[in-house]
Design a binder for this molecule. Structure first.
Ligand code: DGP
Length: 125
């Protein structure tokens, strides 16, 4: 099946191909994980599909293997980081209202301390 909704090369594509440096923790044929450049919590890792799917809004059945792998890799990395027992948060921002900044779908793995309430009831500006 043809791969649809595939974007052109992104910032994260260049990290995946090692054209740009990163603190890479994991890579296989479907996904890559590296530390966020501006960590919001003691552990802040980004897990991305190697294919430059722009956002969750572009996910198709052909992407299900990569989407599942992102989750199993998140679980493995949480264990590797020693944060699995205390818990952690997985976040995928999508589009403008989701405040997605990098247009290459990615999952944030955040932990190492209580990450706080899921969303602030009073919206920030
Ligand atoms: P989001 O708002 O969900 O699109 O998150 C984008 C994240 O990407 C943000 O937490 C910062 C991170 N980020 C942006 N540029 C780079 C980079 O060049 N390297 C790394 N490691 N992370 C980056």
């Amino acid at each position: 099946m043809r791969s649809s909704n595939v974007a052109t090369e992104t910032l994260f594509s260049k990290i995946i191909s090692k054209e740009l440096p990163s603190d890479m923790l994991y890579q296989d044929e479907l996904v890559t994980a590296f530390r966020d450049i501006s960590p919001a919590r003691p552990t802040h890792i980004l897990i991305v599909p190697n294919e430059p799917i722009p956002s969750s809004a572009d996910v198709n059945p052909e992407h299900e293997a990569a989407m599942g792998r992102m989750h199993t890799v998140a679980r493995k990395l949480a264990e590797d980081e020693g944060i699995a027992a205390d818990g952690y948060r997985l976040i995928i921002n999508c589009g403008e209202h989701g405040r997605q900044e990098v247009p290459h779908l990615h999952m944030h793995l955040l932990g190492g301390e209580d990450v706080g309430p899921m969303l602030m009831r009073n919206k920030p500006a």
